[in-house]
Design a protein around this ligand. Structure first.
Ligand SMILES: [Zn+2]
Length: 250
């Protein structure tokens, strides 16, 4: 499998012409920038949303979903939300179509450790910040359909609404994960469980920075347009859900 074109990703970000958008390079890893995009400036009462893709370099639908979200020019959403967006957390992996970084480190297992450059850069970006919602876009090579993970202390789950919306785009994974660590919430929805520790990006953010976290997993077997559509249907749904269900523990 070929790698992915990081220059193309950079160009698509550079030509974005969005109101209230700031783009910066948070750091470099193997000469590739880790971009950080802010949409909407200061929260001023709006919900703070964190989005990320490309933690695993061989899951290109993540960065593609982030790019598609930004290219859709989400101006309307800025009335209710501000966004911090990390389009590609593992650029070397993205370029080489590898899950891990150049040193073979899985960022999603070693995020809280020192010596993992991508993790150190991303943790620096997040330092001192709080988010009402975090969505991390992933893919699964083995899944037949979409599934997701969710963490929320009050156990008011958005997952069932997300699943209903994504079902218009494609099937929900019938088997779910066989992993014994997976705690089911409802069909296609599993818990971001305390047993995961904080080595993963989402568990780390849940522990330190966010009240509500979700991981979306699309099947790599689907065409790219369908994977992007599933991620965005899920994101749109959870954003709407967030406005309708103001958190009790936020
Ligand atoms: Zn992944």
């Amino acid at each position: 499998m070929n790698g992915h074109d990081f220059n193309r990703l950079s160009r698509r970000l550079e030509v974005l012409d969005l109101e209230e958008m700031e783009m910066e390079t948070a750091g470099f890893v193997d000469d590739y920038p880790i971009y950080c995009i802010r949409l909407g400036g200061r929260p001023r009462g709006r919900k703070r949303v964190l989005l990320s893709g490309g933690v695993h370099g061989d899951e290109p639908a993540g960065p593609e979903a982030v790019l598609a979200f930004l290219e859709r020019k989400p101006a309307e959403l800025l009335r209710a939300f501000t966004f911090l967006v990390l389009p590609c957390v593992n650029p070397w992996g993205y370029v080489h179509n590898r899950r891990e970084n150049r040193l073979g480190q899985d960022i999603n297992r070693s995020f809280s450790e020192s010596g993992v450059t991508e993790g150190e850069i991303a943790r620096g970006i997040l330092s001192g910040k709080r988010f009402d919602l975090y969505v991390d876009f992933h893919e699964d090579w083995e899944a037949a359909g979409f599934y997701m993970y969710e963490g929320r202390h009050d156990e008011q789950w958005a997952g069932p609404s997300v699943i209903r919306a994504v079902e218009n785009v494609g099937i929900i994974d019938p088997d779910g994960e066989d992993d014994e660590n997976d705690v089911p919430i409802s069909r296609g929805v599993y818990q971001v469980a305390p047993s995961w520790g904080t080595g993963g990006v989402v568990p780390y953010v849940y522990h330190h920075h966010a009240d509500h976290v979700l991981i979306f997993e699309t099947p790599t077997a689907w065409p790219m347009t369908q994977r992007i559509a599933a991620h965005l249907a899920g994101l749109d749904t959870v954003l709407e859900w967030t406005l309708e269900n103001p958190g009790r523990d936020v």
